[in-house]
Design a binder for this molecule. Structure first.
Ligand code: G1P
Length: 284
């Protein structure tokens, strides 16, 4: 499930008419990275929780008839569009009519989720696995195979940054897995139970929908997924997976620019040119 109904106010005016999830890192929109990560993990059905003005996301994974017939008439390489192909029926959308928070967005998809465990990927968080290593969701699916229950991905941030995120109270540590004893959304830095933040990847049991049903507003006056998950601790196994890879917070301007530079520098086709350009710019 991809919650993509957010208004993207931090990127205005760029996101006035296009969804923030369609902003591109080099030449792939953010949503594409998240969908590719899910597919790599073996996930086949994608649920988009969308809102008004977000249809471009669905179009991105549809056939673009005029574009494709013109390209093929002109003998262009169609492989650039491969990642945008979806098996008919595998993209499902539901609308969150009002922006009441992440927890509310997830709850909007309850009828689609039904009785199975499901994964959530927040496309703002760009997670890049190590060279020849697995992506974040694949690492989580592997961990799920071991422990089941509920899982969140975590990473450590400097203590003064924790108040922008969901934070875990860590229990026993076993390799990449940490037992989750508590969860709190956007705590004040001096009240935070750790500096391990929830980094936008989840595997949850469907029972979370029933908890969300009764969930009141939390931090920021929004229905928080973190608060609902916190209530499930103790009733079901709950673990955190420390992602082995890199993460870029593309919900922030600096994170977005960092991701653009990092991924451009690594590209076979443009990396060398970008490096030379960056060096020129730094010399002034
Ligand atoms: C959301 C979650 C938060 C998580 C964060 C990751 O916050 O509520 O727990 O740590 O994503 O980016 P938001 O960015 O919507 O404020």
């Amino acid at each position: 499930m991809f919650p993509v109904a957010g208004l993207g106010t931090r990127f205005l005016p760029a996101t006035k008419a296009i969804p923030k999830e369609m902003l591109a890192i080099v030449d792939r929109p953010l949503i594409q990275y998240a969908v590719d990560e899910a597919r790599e993990a073996g996930i086949e059905q994608m649920i988009f929780v969308t809102g008004r003005g977000k249809t471009a996301i669905v179009e991105h994974f549809d056939i673009a008839y005029e574009l494709e017939s013109t390209m093929s008439e002109r003998g262009r390489d169609m492989r650039v569009l491969d990642a945008t192909r979806a098996t008919p029926g595998d993209i499902i959308t539901v609308r969150q009519q009002v922006p009441l928070g992440l927890g509310h967005a997830i709850w909007c998809a309850r009828a689609i989720v039904g009785v199975e465990p499901f994964a959530i990927l927040l496309p703002d968080e760009l997670m890049i696995g190590r060279k020849n290593g697995s992506g974040c969701m694949k690492q989580m699916v592997e961990a799920y195979g071991e422990v089941g229950g509920n899982l969140v991905s975590v990473l450590e941030v400097p203590h003064e940054e924790v108040s922008s995120y969901g934070v875990i109270a860590p229990g026993e540590l076993r390799g990449k897995l940490t037992e989750v004893r508590g969860l709190v959304e956007k705590p004040a830095a001096d009240k935070a139970p750790s500096n391990k933040i929830v980094s936008g990847r989840y595997i949850l049991q469907p029972e979370v929908m029933r908890v969300l049903e009764a969930q009141g507003k939390g931090a920021g006056g929004e229905v928080q997924l973190t608060d609902a998950m916190a209530k499930m601790i103790g009733t079901q196994p709950f673990h955190a997976v420390t992602f082995d890879g890199r993460r870029f917070d593309c919900g922030s301007k600096t994170g977005f620019v960092e991701a653009t530079l990092a991924l451009a520098l690594e590209r076979q086709d443009i990396g060398a040119e970008v490096r030379a350009m960056a060096e020129r710019l730094l010399r002034g």
